[in-house]
Design a protein around this ligand. Structure first.
Ligand code: SF4
Length: 285
């Protein structure tokens, strides 16, 4: 069975940058707290935890003098609380996420109601909304019942959603709400890093019989990658790591494709490939 990797997969520059910052800090101090997991990948979080980076779920749990804000960023209230508590802030917010936050804040200051195409409960989305003082919402369904205020609306996207999905959402939203809208701005805040990974998965689908998408189940971009892969019609399995591989998937399979989310380290992909390489030839044909 041949293993073919997507021509682009795995850690994006924002995640690489965040992990590098945490590792650099851990050289200066033995223990550090991160507000939430630094990336949505349990193996990376565990590895950093062994090196001294503990995940805390609220600022009240911080028991060092520094706290790390993750690549997904934090809202205004969290920044204020960190200052009030006198904690040293180490900010690993991805520059692309920060741009989305600043864009949304600027738009509400200019009187727009911000509507984010995204998951309401996702950390990144919550933290973009966290700069808007209640003047923004997040929805996934363009048909959702939205109370449009004053007709001045800006549509933005969760960074990991994929440009074409965002534009489809925006087109449908405009149709559904055309009677209530007066001024509309559509600002593409999707991330090119994730889009390029989605496109690579689509190319991979042309070459293989089955695709494995490796990465945390709590990672929005990995879930989206699996969705994009499955939408090509190719059999797709999203696995958190090699322990979730089912040998029965590969009966008759000649070429297996591998891709991985932006929060998945190379070591996780290599571990999956090692397991596949051990499969007996009897599984093939
Ligand atoms: S996926 Fe994009 S927005 Fe998210 S951390 Fe990576 S580079 Fe930044």
């Amino acid at each position: 069975m041949e293993i073919i990797e997507a021509d682009l997969f795995g850690f994006c520059f924002g995640v690489n940058r965040a992990v590098d910052i945490v590792e650099e800090k851990l050289e200066e101090q033995k223990k550090i707290d991160t507000l939430g997991p630094i990336v949505h990948n349990p193996n990376v979080v565990e590895d950093l935890s062994e090196k001294g980076a503990e995940v805390v779920n609220s600022l009240d749990e911080v028991n060092t003098d520094s706290v790390i804000i993750t690549a997904h960023g934090a809202g205004r209230e969290i920044h204020s609380k960190i200052r009030e508590k006198g904690l040293n802030l180490i900010d690993t917010t991805c520059p692309i996420v920060r741009t989305a936050q600043e864009t949304a804040e600027d738009l509400v200051d200019r009187g727009y109601q911000v509507i984010i195409y995204g998951e309401n409960d996702h950390t990144e989305v919550r933290n973009i909304l966290g700069w808007l003082d209640g003047r923004g919402i997040a929805i996934l369904d363009p048909n959702a019942d939205v109370n449009i205020r004053k007709g001045k609306v800006a549509l933005l996207s969760q960074t990991t959603k994929g440009k074409k999905y965002f534009f489809d959402f925006a087109a449908r939203f405009l149709q559904v709400h055309s009677d209530e809208l007066e001024q509309v701005k559509i600002v593409d805040t999707t991330c090119g890093e994730t889009r390029r990974r989605y496109e690579a998965a689509e190319r991979l689908a042309d070459e293989v019989d089955i695709i494995l998408v490796v990465g945390g189940k709590n990672s929005a971009n990995t879930r989206k990658l699996a969705e994009v892969s499955a939408s090509t019609g190719i059999e797709t399995h999203h696995i958190k790591d090699e322990t979730e591989i089912e040998p029965t998937w590969f009966e008759g399979v000649k070429r297996v494709g591998i891709t991985a989310g932006a929060s998945t380290p190379q070591s996780a992909v290599s571990a999956v490939e090692e397991v596949l390489e051990q499969f007996d030839d009897t599984l093939v044909d």
